[in-house]
Design a binder for this molecule. Structure first.
Ligand SMILES: *Cc1c(COP(=O)(O)O)cnc(C)c1O
Length: 431
């Protein structure tokens, strides 16, 4: 047991003041809470966003009026175009992408495969390497290993620090005349580090290669300007900050200059120029539609459309501003409460480098996370020793963050310190 004094109310007062001044506070009411809600603090909105009330209604309506009412006619009355229609809204509201370059389809993993394969297939002779980093998200690393095996290519790994992320200098040193594709996460899933996307894009272009960004932890959390940054390709998921719901479809972006040049490998009928002709031979649809392979996941796009409408009303600049305040609040409270407890901040501290989540680390955080879940405080855990605190700006109050951190403090106060932390702790307690 620690002999530190009990929590005072300074941070509670600060949380309440921040909530009172929060221009997005009213939007929290638009999220659905279950009648038997046992959640004290939801700190995993970076992994699965909360549902919107509008999504529950829209899903019910869709089933009873659209599906039941229109039946097969729905496809010719608009469903067929949803990948592009929803993609264009996502492009405009979230990605900084002009219309015609984004579609919603598949899962991030599958779209990532399709775009990475298309890019390496189109690369010139002698371009035999795929450049990525060792701390990239697992699915990206595994898919790239598969593509390398399939195409006889080599993956060139950049070693990244898991408490920060990939830098422009590292990319410049790794790319060259042998690079077919360079691909990175924009916001690192472990640390939340925001990569310099325009700088990395320039470095990759200078080497004559194309860049593919995974925006899963960026979309709906940090501001993006894919067109202005001259990014070539991007993918991302919609069930995190965009609140599409479990397993909602992914999005893919292909810059206009690559249309008709890059060809994705899963040549399904729904990406055909004339799907209902059902003729011999594949001819890809023009533009981003060519990224689609099979029947569009219409039901999965219904809640996503509600999420995008809310993001559009709030505006990405306001969302990013609140996100920075939330992560800043976490850092301030952690520095005050957890000094000397062996808890480390495993995320960047500079605002420009912070994404939407903060990772704290200590060797016993796997068990600590389980204890927090029992109290209705829901962060997540990522090896090694990382407690991720995800802060969805539209649905999270500062009070909720305070209460989650207060629960963490209580758990740690009642918890034996891991051996590695004991020396630090002795120093901290007396300071
Ligand atoms: C969440 C996430 C994914 C998810 O991929 P799925 O195909 O939806 O499982 C992919 N990449 C990154 C960086 C992620 O954070």
């Amino acid at each position: 047991m620690s002999d530190r004094p009990p929590a005072d109310t300074r941070w509670l007062d600060r949380a309440d003041a921040l909530d009172a001044a929060d221009p997005l506070a009213a939007l929290r009411e638009e999220f659905l809470r279950s009648p038997d809600d046992d959640v004290v603090s939801y700190l995993d909105g970076n992994s699965l966003g909360r549902p919107l009330r509008a999504a529950a209604e829209a899903l019910g309506d869709f089933v009873s009026s659209q599906w039941a009412g229109r039946l097969i006619r729905g496809w010719s009355e608009g469903w067929m175009q949803w990948p592009e229609v929803v993609g264009d809204q996502l492009g405009r509201v979230v990605l900084g992408a002009a219309a015609g370059q984004t579609v919603v389809a598949d899962s991030t993993t599958v779209l990532f495969y399709k775009l990475a394969r298309a890019a390496v297939d189109a690369a010139g002779p002698g371009r035999t390497e795929i450049v990525t980093d060792t701390d990239n998200f697992p699915t990206d690393r595994y898919v790239l290993e598969g593509i390398a095996a399939e195409r006889g290519l080599t993956v060139r790994w950049i070693e990244t620090d898991p408490t920060s992320g990939i830098t422009v200098e590292q990319v410049r040193a790794a790319v060259g005349p042998a690079t077919a594709l360079a691909t990175f996460s924009h916001v690192a899933y472990r640390s939340g580090h925001v990569a310099d996307a325009p700088g990395i894009t320039r470095a990759v272009h200078d080497a004559g290669a194309v860049v593919l960004f995974d925006l899963s932890h960026s979309a709906g959390s940090v501001e993006l300007a894919l067109d202005a940054w001259e990014v070539d390709l991007a993918v991302g998921c919609s069930y995190k900050y965009l609140c599409g719901g479990p397993g909602s479809p992914a999005f893919g972006y292909v810059a206009t200059r690559h249309h008709g040049v890059l060809q994705q490998p899963v040549q399904g009928w729904m990406g055909h120029a004339d799907p209902f002709r059902m003729g011999p031979g594949y001819a890809p649809a023009a533009g981003a539609r060519g990224l689609v392979s099979g029947t569009p996941p219409i039901l999965g796009m219904v809640p996503l459309r509600c999420g995008l409408d809310l993001v559009e009303r709030a505006g990405m600049p306001a969302i990013r501003a609140k996100s920075l305040q939330l992560t800043g609040f976490v850092l301030d409270v952690v520095d005050d409460w957890f000094a000397g407890t062996g808890v480390e901040v495993a995320s960047p501290r500079e605002p420009a480098l912070r994404g939407g989540h903060v990772t704290l680390s200590r060797s016993d955080f796997r068990e600590v996370t389980a204890a927090l879940w029992e109290r209705g405080v829901l962060p997540d855990y990522r090896d090694p020793g990382g407690l991720r605190i995800g802060l969805a700006p539209l649905s999270t109050s500062f009070r909720e963050v305070h209460d989650g951190l207060a629960a963490l403090r209580e758990v740690l106060d009642a918890w034996p310190l891991p051996t590695a932390a004991r020396t630090d702790a002795a120093v901290g307690v007396t300071s």
